[in-house]
Design a protein around this ligand. Structure first.
Ligand code: KG4
Ligand code: ZN
Length: 334
């Protein structure tokens, strides 16, 4: 069978990225240009600055990926692009680049939902087996998704307030750690002890999550201790926060796996890079005879390789966009 090459672009937040993916599972070349160091100066992503940097970087990133792959646009079967959700100014740069290339080279244009991309990052590790449950944990999303086949996304639960990555970032900030907070808490928690008493968020029979109460509990605790002149044991507080968050994520996910009788669990999104989260799921899946796939570390956070993987399946299913494709800041997974 002839190979299918997808050229993919991702620019939904603060990474400008392009990738060439073969048959939805083989990475030929990927370039990710992160603006993280710039936004760290402000303690979070500044949308206006992000879009300006995407404009400056996109041509360079596109050229570099073709050089790395020693391929040309003519070799591509289709162009896939993240059209949403994300920062509108950032998304627009990638969408415009993809539309321009599709027009000039007369290639099919395939719109990809950012979260579909995070989920399909797992297909670069191992072919996804259906039915499956995907736990999406990122800076903007915390969702449990049931998939009975490719591109069938049934949301069975999600966060009622903050996404788990957002809670990590806010807790890190109050602990005086630099942005992005997730990787810092991950590192610190390896030295800490679970000594602080914090509430378990939304510990009920639903598949929903709530992280704002846990986040507020940490913020209040820090303020109270400061007022009393007590020292905060930062590593211990990071560990206690993380353990409560992971406890609820693993508990509800494993219940969903059982109830929906799936044999395959995927973890996706930036927080899937977390070492304790990965270890805990590995233990639980081993105990319960469930196959677990987690993305490669480099493809947990935003990148175009995952958009190329998701784009391949969207392409095969006949999903196409016209040249009037617009970016969408909010968009449900479909
Ligand atoms: O998927 P992503 O790059 O962007 C969104 O689509 O939101 O996820 C970014 C989020 C940030 O909140 C970041 O703090 C978190 O993922 N993150 C982590 C780790 N690495 C990134 N959270 C916990 N542990 C990590 N190792
Ligand atoms: Zn993302």
């Amino acid at each position: 069978m002839k190979d299918t090459y997808i050229f993919a672009i991702e620019s939904s937040c603060d990474e400008t990225s392009a990738s060439i993916i073969k048959n939805g599972s083989v990475e030929i070349a990927t370039v990710v240009l992160s603006q993280m160091d710039i936004h760290a100066l402000y303690g979070g992503v500044v949308p206006e600055i992000a879009s300006r940097h995407h404009i400056e970087n996109i041509t360079m990133v596109l050229e570099e990926v073709f050089n790395k792959a020693e391929m040309a646009m003519e070799d591509m079967d289709a162009i896939a692009v993240t059209y949403g959700p994300g920062l509108i100014g950032s998304l627009l740069i990638g969408v415009q680049a993809a539309k321009t290339l599709a027009y000039i080279y007369n290639k099919p244009l395939v719109p990809v939902h950012h979260i579909a991309g995070h989920i399909y990052a797992n297909n670069l590790v191992k072919p996804m087996e259906f039915p499956l449950i995907a736990l999406v944990v990122s800076g903007g999303h915390t969702e449990l998704i049931y998939m009975k086949e490719d591109y069938s996304f049934e949301k069975i639960g999600g966060t009622l307030d903050d996404a788990v990555g957002e809670a990590y970032d806010k807790v890190a900030r109050v602990l005086g750690l630099p942005y992005p907070g997730g990787p810092m808490i991950d590192k610190l928690s390896l030295e800490g002890k679970d000594t602080y008493h914090l509430p378990i968020p939304l510990d009920d029979n639903s598949y929903n999550f709530s992280f704002s109460g846990l986040k507020s509990a940490v913020i209040n605790l820090v303020h109270n201790e400061e007022q009393r002149g007590n020292e905060i044991r930062t590593a211990d507080l990071a560990t206690s926060f993380q353990n409560r968050a992971i406890e609820v994520l693993t508990k509800k996910t494993m219940r969903a796996v059982k109830e929906y009788q799936v044999k395959h669990l995927l973890i996706a999104g930036g927080v899937s890079a977390n070492k304790i989260l990965r270890n805990r799921f590995q233990e639980l899946c081993l105990e319960n005879n469930i196959e677990l796939t987690v993305p490669q570390m480099k493809y947990c956070t935003d990148n175009a390789a995952m958009i190329g993987a998701a784009g391949y399946f969207a392409y095969k299913l006949g999903r196409r966009a016209d040249l009037d494709l617009n970016a969408k800041a909010t968009e449900i997974l479909k």
